[in-house]
Ligand binder design. Structure first.
Ligand SMILES: [Zn+2]
Ligand SMILES: [Zn+2]
Length: 252
């Protein structure tokens, strides 16, 4: 029984998403028909188990909590949770999700991140925030892919999510011609907190969600800002991590 138009809309949306989870659809990778849009064979084949650094999420060749570079210079996030490597076939799916006007792919991709979080020792955050897009880019795309992931993962893990906790007023995506130091400086002031954030999140644990983590400069800049606002602990949750050989790729 629904009591208002908004409750009705909510219940229809809920029924729709439940249907999407169980209704057969072509696997986003191999095209075979499967419930949920991604078959288990593709998940097993293309998401091999990987040892990762607890702080930066990069792959490790031998068991260790933290990689050498995070030991030497601890990053601002206590933990980075990664669902998969940014590699075939996820790279083309993520490109379609981000640049191909296919926000619905979040319905296939977010469960991979939620599943990797459930399987990890990660503690629940007090709130989940997406890495924001600059306003011009958001207008052009029509959606923030990080929020599309964040809200679904937060719902799966029963955590609150806040779409506008951080704002981005400078578009830092086109910084390929900058060296590492210039990129860092360019990112330092790219984010602004919601004015109520310091009061609401002081002493709290925040999880920052992004689709792809390449150098880590973007999430590190956002995490540093959250710490300056009084946030006690920042975790980073990313769908895909660019593996080490491409770490020097000049992007965020
Ligand atoms: Zn498949
Ligand atoms: Zn590391």
């Amino acid at each position: 029984m629904v009591s208002s138009p908004s409750a009705l809309a909510k219940s229809v949306a809920h029924a729709g998403s439940a249907l999407a989870r169980h209704w057969p659809a072509p696997c986003a990778v191999c095209g075979s028909w499967v419930a949920g849009g991604l078959c288990t064979a593709c998940q097993t084949r293309f998401i091999p188990p990987r040892l990762r650094c607890r702080c930066c999420g990069l792959g490790l060749t031998a068991p260790a909590e933290v990689c050498g570079s995070c030991l030497r210079q601890p990053p601002p996030m206590a933990r980075t949770q990664v669902a998969l490597d940014y590699a075939f076939p996820w790279d083309r799916l993520i490109t379609a999700f981000k640049f191909g006007q296919r926000p619905e792919l979040a319905g296939v991709l977010a469960p991979l991140l939620a599943g990797s979080l459930r399987a990890s020792a990660a503690t629940r955050p007090d709130v989940v925030l997406p890495v924001p897009l600059a306003p011009a880019r958001l207008r052009e795309r029509g959606y923030n892919q990080a929020w599309e992931l964040a809200r679904r993962v937060a719902r799966a893990l029963d955590c609150p999510a806040w779409p506008t906790g951080l704002q981005r007023w400078r578009d830092t995506a086109a910084q390929t011609r900058l060296d590492a130091a210039e990129r860092q400086a360019n990112l330092r002031d790219a984010f602004l907190p919601d004015p109520t954030l310091p009061q609401r999140l002081a002493g709290r644990h925040v999880a920052l969600v992004d689709d792809v983590m390449t150098t880590g400069a973007t999430v590190s800049a956002a995490a540093e800002l959250l710490h300056r606002c009084g946030v006690a602990e920042v975790s980073v949750w990313v769908l895909a991590r660019t593996p080490r050989p491409a770490e020097e790729l000049p992007s965020g």
